[in-house]
Design a protein around this ligand. Structure first.
Ligand code: WT7
Length: 650
């Protein structure tokens, strides 16, 4: 990438947007010099039923860890996303729903979204769901998924959305961990022309004996009207049996800023997925602010984030951020390749999308389908492009910029995590020069640093581990039910700092380049997966003695899943066995965790004390046999030669 190209990009950015560099640096300076004043001003963008007087009460010290923002204020997230827009924007479109079937779409006004959300809230209340109760939402990408989230927020219930691609096993363990009293689902979902049996999965999940669940209500939204078994006393059809019997208005609970808004499960490097907990005031302030500034959102524009509401991106930039800002948010039910690989671009033309936010994995897959697929759709409504979920390689960045954006629109490469609630590192369009592949610079009020393995701060151009040295309002507050795990995971590695789990490089211009996870988490198609979780799933197969899972570079997915598996003596490593193991992973987690390669091996490389040497396994999976490093501590070095032979043969 030549310097000239960088300048060209930045000029294009400036020509298309309002923000300017001088203003941005003034804002950064204010956020640094007077953080309380800065965040007070930002939080004023919300409606508070009781104004806060305290801004920030935070300690990153593991012995006294606490994170509180605006903690004597009260507000309701649903009121901020819906009610407060009604006086001026009742008839503006809140949600455009594009169905899996390209012939069907719906436009939903703020007034309608308000009524539908109130009705759903009233149904939950009528069935005994109370403030503080946990509700699991296992839904397809339909407007009712947003109503369900907002309905919970309205009555002070805590939602935990579980991605519809997760298996009944994975769903059950989340229902159990958060102690949900209700599940909101749909009869079926539709993706790429195929039905997904969501309600049947819920039934299976609730029937699993190894999970103790206490669900008293399964509220089922009719999406396909498929015939499904209903359990009397527990199951309720939303449209057929409930919606019309309740009032179209529902009073909202006044919530403390630090009351829980939601729990969202995400994979870690060890153990079960953790319930990342976000609270109300700080989270909503942060996603509303970042949605406006990062995407330069202007009222009346159509904003499309292609994520699923099952991930944090969907929470923050399909539902809470855009709706808090009175935006029009597009909810897309389908997949990028159905009916064909021009779907994204057709949807942009059909709904005149102005701001488009997607993941590098989708771009890489669509890039392969040829430029004509893009060019046959009219993309003249576009003004800004965004990327999220994994590092974007310069090649995909330039394709996005030149082909999708016709070389005219800035790209915001946004780095953040489930834990951070919202975007932390990203260009401010028009203010930040862009470099393909770099998330560029921290947003105002965000203070990242790069440390070496011992926690020493590195200065200037450097590479190391990415930490954040001070809190921001959207930060997660705890791991649900396991505060110690929160402290141990994020605040012990580098005392006094939040450890992201990512590696990063900083260049001479102070730009950040995220290099990927430095822990045992892999990023498959922008989805986070714990290697330990996949190993535990594989171990469930009776013939498996041991498994070790690592990531490897994958052209489309970013990283693929590579599993080394040792079978019981006498069991043949056949193709049928490979299929059985893949099926176990699908059953335990879901199709997204399916290994790309299964490498049967009689033994794994271990130290004399029995620790698996993952570094070696990663290198072999990457086909980097020359760089294995020190193997002298291995109990049996010949294992490595056999593994290399096995890798070469596939
Ligand atoms: C991990 C977080 C953020 C919402 C979606 C994923 C990686 C995320 C970027 C980016 C490079 C990125 C990091 C991070 N990541 N965005 N723009 N550039 N890497 O949320 O599932 O919590 O995963 O995704 O490795 O730690 P998540």
């Amino acid at each position: 990438m030549s310097h000239e190209e960088i300048i060209k990009v930045s000029k294009a950015a400036a020509a298309n947007t309002l923000t300017d560099a001088t203003k941005a640096s003034a804002i950064r300076a204010q956020a640094k010099d007077d953080p309380d004043g800065f965040w007070t001003d930002v939080a004023k963008r919300l409606d508070w039923s009781k104004p806060f007087t305290r801004v920030k009460d935070v300690s990153f010290d593991a012995k006294d860890l606490h994170i509180k923002w605006f903690d004597d204020g009260e507000l309701n997230a649903c009121v901020n996303c819906l009610d407060r827009h009604l006086p001026e924007r009742a008839n503006d479109i809140a949600i455009i729903w594009e169905s899996d079937d390209p012939a069907t779409a719906k436009h939903i006004t703020y007034a309608e979204a308000f009524e539908e959300t109130c009705r759903m809230a009233n149904v939950l209340k009528a069935r005994g769901v109370k403030r503080g109760d946990r509700v699991v939402i296992y839904m397809p990408m339909i407007p009712e998924a947003a109503y369900a989230m907002l309905a919970c927020a309205r009555i002070g219930a805590v939602h935990s959305v579980v991605f519809g691609g997760f298996s009944p096993e994975a769903l059950a363990s989340r229902i159990e961990d958060c102690g949900a009293v209700a599940v909101i689902t749909a009869d079926e979902g539709m993706r790429g022309g195929k039905a997904v049996p969501l309600k049947a999965n819920v039934d299976k999940a609730l029937g699993l004996k190894q999970h103790k669940t206490d669900v008293r209500l399964v509220l089922t939204v009719e999406r396909t009207n498929a015939t499904i078994p209903m359990t009397a006393g527990r199951d309720l059809y939303y449209y057929g049996e409930a919606r019309n019997d309740v009032a179209p208005e529902c009073p909202a609970e006044a919530m403390n800023a630090e009351d829980t808004l939601f729990i969202l499960y995400t994979s870690g490097s060890t153990g079960k997925p953790k319930g990342v907990l976000h609270t109300t005031g700080g989270y909503l302030t942060y996603v509303s602010y970042t949605h406006e500034k990062v995407f330069d959102y202007r009222l009346g524009e159509i904003f499309w984030c292609t994520a699923d509401v099952g991930w944090v991106t969907g929470h923050s930039y399909i539902v809470y951020g855009p709706l808090a800002n009175g935006a029009t948010t597009l909810i897309f039910e389908g997949v990028p390749t159905y009916p064909d690989a021009s779907r994204f671009w057709q949807v942009i033309e059909k709904h005149q999308v102005n701001i488009f936010y997607t993941a590098p994995t989708a771009l890489r897959a669509l890039m392969r389908e040829g430029d004509d697929m893009v060019k046959k759709a009219d993309r003249s409504s576009l003004r800004l492009l965004g990327s999220v979920g994994e590092p974007i390689n310069p090649e995909a960045w330039l394709w996005y910029y030149n082909v999708v954006g016709d070389g005219k629109h800035p790209i915001v490469d946004t780095w953040w995590q489930t834990e951070t609630g919202g975007i932390l590192i990203s260009p401010l369009p028009g203010a930040t020069d862009l470099k393909p592949g770099s998330a560029t610079q921290p947003l105002p009020g965000v203070f990242p640093a790069i440390v070496d393995a011992n926690g020493n701060f590195l200065d200037g151009a450097c590479e190391g581990n990415l930490v954040i040295t001070d809190s921001w309002p959207g930060q997660m507050r705890t791991v649900y039910g396991d505060h110690q795990r929160f402290i141990d995971t994020y605040f012990k590695t580098y005392p006094g700092m939040y450890f992201t789990g990512d590696g990063a490089r900083r260049d001479a211009d102070g730009y950040y380049w995220i290099t990927g996870r430095v822990d045992d988490v892999i990023n498959v198609s922008g989805h986070r997966m714990g290697t330990a979780e996949v190993e535990a799933a594989i171990d469930e197969h009776d013939a498996v003695v041991e498994a070790a899972v690592v990531g490897f570079p994958h052209d489309v997915k970013g990283q693929g899943i590579y599993a080394y598996v040792t079978l019981l003596a006498g069991v043949e490593p056949t193709e049928a066995m490979e299929k059985e193991i893949i099926d176990v992973v699908r059953r335990e987690i879901g199709p997204i965790a399916k290994p790309d390669h299964i490498h049967f091996t009689p033994a794994l490389p271990k130290t004399r004390s029995g620790k698996i040497m993952r570094r070696i396994l990663r290198k072999i999976a990457e086909n980097e046999f020359g760089a294995l490093g020190d193997t002298s501590t291995l109990a049996d070095p010949s294992v490595v030669d056999a593994l290399i032979e096995g890798r070469k043969n596939r």
